[in-house]
Design a protein. Structure first.
Length: 245
C-alpha cells in the first residue's frame, strides 16, 4: 500500500539544495543516483501492514521491539546514502506526500536522517500524480518523469552539452520508465548520449529483506556507477549479473 501522493492542485515541495555538498553533477562530472523512498529505503509496507496493524494490541515489550528494529534500519538507510554519495550525487524522488515522508522519517529514530540528507546535499522531490492524465499515460510515470526531469536539470544544468549519467533505484516500474523517458528526451537535443541505468528492488518487502537489500547494495553501488553502458537490472540478481560482467 502506497501513501497518497499530493493532489493535483498542490505544488511539489522540494527541499532546497545544500552547498557545497550538493555541487552540480555538471561541474563535478559525477553520476546522479535517484532513490525512491517507499519500500526502497523506507520500509513502508512493513510499517503499514505489520507494525501499525499491531499497535492497538501491542505490549510495551513489542512496541520497544518495533522501535528497536526501526532504529537498526535507519542506520542501514544512512549507510546506503553515504555509500551512494561517495560515488555520485544523490537525490530522492517519491510519490508519497510530505506529511507521510515526515511521519516515516520520524519513525526511523536511530539516526537524524534529516540531518544526513542536509549534510549529503540530498534533495527530496515529491512527485505529484495528476488527477487526469492523457489517455494511455500512467499517472505515476508522468509524475515521476516530471520530478526526475527537474532533479536532473538541477544537477546538470540547462546545457545540452552536459553528459547525463543517471541511476534510478526503486521498487516500482514507474521510476524506471520515467528515467528512460527523460533520457530519451534529453538525447534528442543533447550532443552526448546519456547513460541511463535502472535497478529494480522487490515490491512490498519485509523489513528484514529490505535491510538485507540495502546492506548488499552498499558494496555494489560503485560497480553500478563504473559500468559504462545502460542497464535495467534487479537487486535480487545483481551479484550474479555483476560477476558475469
Amino acid at each position: 500500500v502506497r501513501p497518497p501522493s499530493l493532489s493535483k492542485t498542490t505544488s511539489p515541495t522540494i527541499s532546497p539544495p545544500t552547498a557545497p555538498a550538493a555541487a552540480t553533477a555538471e561541474n563535478t562530472g559525477q553520476a546522479c543516483i535517484i532513490f525512491d523512498w517507499d519500500d526502497t529505503l523506507c520500509p513502508t509496507w512493513w510499517i503499514q501492514n505489520v507494525m501499525e496493524r499491531s499497535l492497538c494490541r501491542a505490549t510495551k515489550e513489542e512496541l520497544d521491539k518495533f522501535h528497536g528494529v526501526l532504529e537498526v534500519h535507519s542506520k542501514k538507510i544512512e549507510a546506503t546514502l553515504r555509500a551512494a554519495r561517495k560515488v555520485a550525487v544523490v537525490d530522492i524522488v517519491t510519490l508519497g506526500n510530505k506529511p507521510w515522508f515526515e511521519k516515516s522519517i520520524g519513525l526511523l529514530k536511530g539516526v537524524d536522517l534529516n540531518a544526513v540528507l542536509k549534510e549529503l546535499g540530498i534533495t527530496v522531490y515529491f512527485a505529484v500524480s495528476p488527477e487526469v492524465a492523457p489517455e494511455g499515460v500512467d499517472p505515476a510515470v508522468m509524475a515521476k518523469r516530471i520530478a526526475i526531469a527537474e532533479c536532473l536539470t538541477r544537477r546538470y544544468g540547462l546545457s545540452t552539452k552536459a553528459h547525463w549519467h543517471a541511476l534510478s533505484i526503486g521498487d516500482k516500474e514507474a521510476e524506471a520508465i520515467a528515467l528512460r523517458e527523460c533520457c530519451r528526451e534529453y538525447q534528442r537535443k543533447a550532443s552526448k548520449k546519456p547513460l541511463c541505468k535502472t535497478l529494480a528492488c522487490p515490491e512490498e518487502p519485509d523489513l528484514t529483506d529490505l535491510g538485507n537489500t540495502l546492506d548488499a547494495l552498499q558494496d555494489q553501488l560503485g560497480l553500478l556507477i563504473a559500468h559504462k553502458s545502460d542497464f535495467d537490472w534487479q537487486t535480487w540478481k545483481l551479484s550474479a549479473t555483476l560477476k558475469g560482467g
